[in-house]
Design a protein around this ligand. Structure first.
Ligand SMILES: Cc1ncc(COP(=O)(O)O)c(C=O)c1O
Length: 387
């Protein structure tokens, strides 16, 4: 086989998609609760996204950052207008966005003369991507094995261990980096009071707060950013996935204080913010930032969670332990292997994603309607009844 064997795809080839459904080559229709791992925010083949991409494809695909790309400014201004961000760096993936965050945090303190203030506190169970630095940031044994030498500069503390966090803080700490909701780690929502606590420690100790919203940002929880639920403002936020609606795009959002340290030549990307990506992101943002859109995500997310609790958790106590998450980023904690349940769900033509902690992750497109929720619940019931 010529494709490097780093994935283990299921034996299902998706031929095309439409709204919240995908179709295999033989025409079988699946209700998609994966969104390509939280990416297809507006669903499949959204006419406005297809039109934007086609239109741009006929003008220019790529020119690099040697030249001005007007749509970068438009997209950056839209994000900034609705967030804490002062400046935005565009890249192509989540890992590049978290890598940028790490670089910025170090450079910020370096430029202030604190050359040894360069460590980043991270949490066990986190996922920040597959570049060397983001791998060692998360410190997941199975991901880093064989890839040494270790990338230095991270202090990985147990998740939710307040004492360990406090003990790890000294004058060498540049930033604390955490996902506002752990995705791969098993849909773990950081409570509002903990986010407030993190912000407070960071302010007191001159530490930057990096909230990784690659998976939970861009409307997924029913707010533009998941941290908005706690009303705090981070300093640096890497995003990706949903912002491109399926087109590869990442970005790193910086507040005014930190953005100043990133001057000409300090960072860059050949493809970052290319005209195709910007055209699509521009339309994604127009939809997500429409007055009613985020309210819709909250409502349909609440409806899905309630149905899961009332009709799945209660009816299958020997199989299901818990339903958790926010908006349309939900997790079902399974009492048996999550893979068995995911396979049975697939047999019922509903697609879901696994996550750590025996979680079945539900990440449907944000355009999901209540009728799709009802359809999903029936499929999940049938799948669980067969186990
Ligand atoms: C929270 C988080 N950060 C970073 C990444 C890495 O993103 P990418 O796979 O686009 O590099 C992911 C991917 O799942 C993620 O969930």
């Amino acid at each position: 086989m010529s494709v490097l064997n780093v994935y283990n795809p299921i034996d299902l080839e998706i031929d095309h998609g439409d709204g919240v459904y995908v179709y295999s080559e033989d025409g079988t229709r699946y209700l998609d609760f994966t969104s390509g791992i939280g990416v297809l925010s507006l669903g499949y083949s959204h006419p406005a996204l297809v039109a934007a991409l086609k239109d741009q494809a006929e003008k220019i695909w790529h020119c690099s950052n040697l030249f001005k790309i007007n749509k970068q400014k438009i997209v950056a201004e839209k994000i900034a207008k609705h967030s804490f961000a002062d400046s935005i760096f565009f890249c192509n993936s989540g890992a590049e966005a978290t890598e940028t965050s790490i670089k910025v945090a170090r450079k910020f303190h370096h430029d202030l003369g604190f050359k040894n203030k360069n460590k980043i506190i991270t949490f066990q169970g986190a996922f920040h991507g597959r570049t060397l630095a983001s791998l060692y940031a998360a410190n997941n044994e199975s991901h880093i094995k064989g890839f040494g030498p270790k990338v230095d500069g991270f202090i990985n503390v147990p998740f939710a261990d307040h004492e360990a966090l406090h003990n790890a803080i000294d004058d060498s700490v540049a930033a604390i980096m955490v996902e506002t909701i752990l995705g791969e780690g098993g849909i773990k929502v950081i409570p509002k009071e903990c986010l407030l606590g993190l912000r407070k420690i960071c302010d007191e100790r001159n530490i930057l707060l990096i909230l990784d919203e690659v998976q939970c940002g861009i409307g997924r929880t029913g707010k533009f950013f998941a941290f908005e639920w706690s009303k705090i403002e981070p300093d640096i936020v890497p995003i990706a996935k949903g912002i491109g609606g399926g087109f590869p795009l990442g970005a790193c959002l910086l507040n005014k204080k930190v953005s100043k340290c990133m001057t000409v030549g300090t960072h860059g990307s050949t493809f970052g913010g290319n005209p195709l990506a910007m055209s699509v992101a521009n339309v994604v943002l127009d939809h997500i930032l429409k007055k009613d859109f985020l309210e819709h995500v909250q409502k349909v997310g609440d409806y899905l969670k309630k149905k899961l609790e009332e009709e799945i958790l209660k009816s299958f106590p020997s199989l299901i332990e818990e339903v958790r998450g926010k908006g349309l980023m939900l997790g079902i904690k399974s009492k048996i292997s999550n893979e068995i349940i995911i396979e049975q769900m697939r047999n019922e033509k509903i697609l879901t994603v696994k996550a750590s902690d025996n979680i079945i992750r539900l990440l449907p497109p944000l355009i999901l309607q209540n009728s799709h929720v009802d359809e999903a619940i029936e499929k999940i019931k049938k799948a669980l009844s067969r186990i």
